[in-house]
Design a protein around this ligand. Structure first.
Ligand SMILES: Cc1cc2nc3c(=O)[nH]c(=O)nc-3n(C[C@H](O)[C@H](O)[C@H](O)COP(=O)(O)OP(=O)(O)OC[C@H]3O[C@@H](n4cnc5c(N)ncnc54)[C@H](O)[C@@H]3O)c2cc1C
Length: 483
């Protein structure tokens, strides 16, 4: 604890009340530290207010509507789902409100955290200013997150497009057409969900395919599913200009299909994010940062002793579970700096919550090829899986990469209705060094979707059956029949 100078004195001052900040504050307070948490906007940050929570609530309603519309897949009648778009959006906000108490000021006060509302700025590496208040601490944690970035397109800013920051609060009536700029996870998740809820969606993507972090065969399964839901694609597209003059919005673009103008009531931009590094006093205090975010070492220390950064603002993979992991690491490193714990995201599972989902961990096939990593690929389609067949959810596959000639897992992708759940078995195996032999030997409950991972492992096992071994087994069987 810093004992000298004016101002309120803490062990830790945390800037930002999103996942990284909240977990840091709760962890520090839980261990007996005196901690202040400064938040300038809504408690809970991006995940609760404008990210994971509202997007997954919207996706859940979209899935229900899709199930009703395609009920004949389960022997029922296809029916146009009866719903009010506004009520669906109300539910999104209501679900968010149901989770909000977990991250609320009251809850954090009850945990012993001093919650301070306002914009924080570093004054020195031991001091933070919030308005007239001065908070002093031995350690400061910057957890200010990231925000959507608007690409420099003529007329885009003036057209007041939605971004993830505004869409969940401002979207109430069903828009008469929506252009989504960006074919990454956010654009695909929201584009597909809104299409399932009856919005005519055109997704514009500058690359030749969507979900560029995934292998082409994985992304293609998702693209086809989105197309079946009514999403139109403009790939290899460059938006030249956006206009909104009273009537519908006009998006002028050039794509593989040539020059065209799309008209729609709404425009959603999901074309990248940038770290919140402005107005924090970073330059003045000498905390190094780049356009990607605050520079940190493996222990999440910034260039100034005692100042740490965690979560999206570090430019790390933009996930809530990374922000959470960072926060836990920072809490440890502040309390016991001599033990120095590294942030270890070497085995990082993630999920893109499209339908089907994409669960991913470790190396992709594209990355393995690009990095000249010798590997084998094992693919198990859902169409062969009993549970998937009875559920009429046979789209997709599990793909597991192993180091060439061994059963050591390098990475996996599961594009399937429950891909985000299934991939965790493979993530644990990768982390614990469990190979495909053990995965194949592990008993899996029948009939489950989880069996698809073992199916991939079984393929590895079958590949080890050499013609000589097979000839030997056949001889043994023949001999047994004679006795
Ligand atoms: C649409 C969408 C869907 C997503 N879905 C998922 C998902 O399914 N799974 C997943 O893992 N991740 C998802 N994410 C990403 C996830 O939301 C973020 O990675 C995560 O919230 C980052 O947490 P953070 O604490 O680093 O930052 P944030 O949650 O952004 O928190 C930063 C906080 O700092 C505050 N702040 C900033 N500057 C100051 C200042 N000067 N003073 C005081 N306060 C300040 C901000 O107001 C904010 O509350 C999604 C994101 C989006 C946009």
């Amino acid at each position: 604890m810093v004992e000298t100078g004016a101002g309120e004195v803490y062990n830790v001052v945390v800037i930002g009340g999103g996942t990284a900040g909240l977990v840091t504050a709760a962890g520090t307070a839980g261990l007996g530290g005196r901690v202040a948490l400064v938040e300038r906007d809504r408690m809970g940050g991006d995940c609760l207010n404008t990210g994971c929570v509202p997007s997954k609530a919207l996706i859940a309603s979209a899935r229900a509507a899709h199930t009703i519309a395609h009920a004949s897949r389960w022997g029922l009648r296809d029916t146009a789902p009866q719903f009010s778009f506004a009520e669906v959006m109300d539910r999104v906000r209501e679900r968010r409100a149901a989770i909000a108490p977990h991250d609320s000021e009251e809850r954090f006060r009850s945990l012993g955290v001093d919650v301070i509302r306002g914009s924080a700025r570093l004054v020195s590496r031991r001091e933070v200013a919030v308005g007239d208040r001065r908070l002093r601490a031995a350690a400061i944690v910057i957890a200010t997150g990231s925000r959507p970035s608007l690409p420099p397109i003529d007329g885009l800013y003036e057209a007041r497009p939605w971004t993830s920051e505004t869409v969940f609060d401002d979207l109430r009536a069903r828009p008469d057409g929506l252009v989504v700029l960006g074919g990454g996870p956010i654009g695909c998740e929201l584009g597909q969900a809104l299409a399932r809820l009856g919005v005519h969606v055109t997704l514009v993507q500058s690359a030749g395919r969507i979900l560029e972090k995934e292998d082409p065969d994985v992304a293609e399964v998702v693209r086809r599913a989105m197309e079946a839901d009514g999403v139109e694609f403009r790939l290899e597209a460059q938006v030249r200009r956006v206009e909104r003059r009273g009537g519908p919005l006009r998006v002028h673009l050039a794509s593989a299909r040539g020059e065209e103008t799309l008209e729609a009531e709404g425009l959603l931009v999901a074309a990248g994010r940038k770290p919140n590094v402005e107005d924090l006093g970073l330059e003045e205090v000498g905390v190094a940062f780049t356009p990607r975010g605050i520079t940190v070492d493996a222990y999440l220390r910034t260039s100034q002793a005692g100042v740490y950064a965690a979560g999206d603002v570090t430019g790390a993979p933009l996930f809530t579970h990374v922000a959470d992991h960072h926060a836990r690491t920072v809490v440890r490193n502040i309390l016991t700096p001599w033990l120095k714990t590294k942030a270890d995201t070497s085995v990082l599972p993630w999920c893109t919550f499209t339908s089907p989902e994409v669960g991913r961990v470790g190396l992709s096939e594209t990355e393995a090829r690009g990095g000249n990593v010798a590997h084998d690929v094992w693919i198990a389609p859902l169409s062969d899986l009993d549970r998937a067949i009875v559920e009429s959810e046979t789209v997709g596959f599990a793909k597991v990469l192993t180091a060439k000639g061994t059963d050591r897992i390098l990475g996996a992708a599961v594009v399937a209705e429950r891909g985000g759940e299934i991939v965790h078995e493979l993530a644990l195996a990768l982390r614990a060094g469990v190979g495909l032999k053990d995965l194949s030997a592990a008993i899996h409950a029948y009939p489950t979707f989880a069996e698809v991972a073992r199916r991939a492992a079984d393929q590895y096992q079958r590949s080890r059956l050499t013609p000589r071994a097979r000839a030997l087994f056949e001889w043994l069987y023949r001999r047994a029949r004679r006795t």
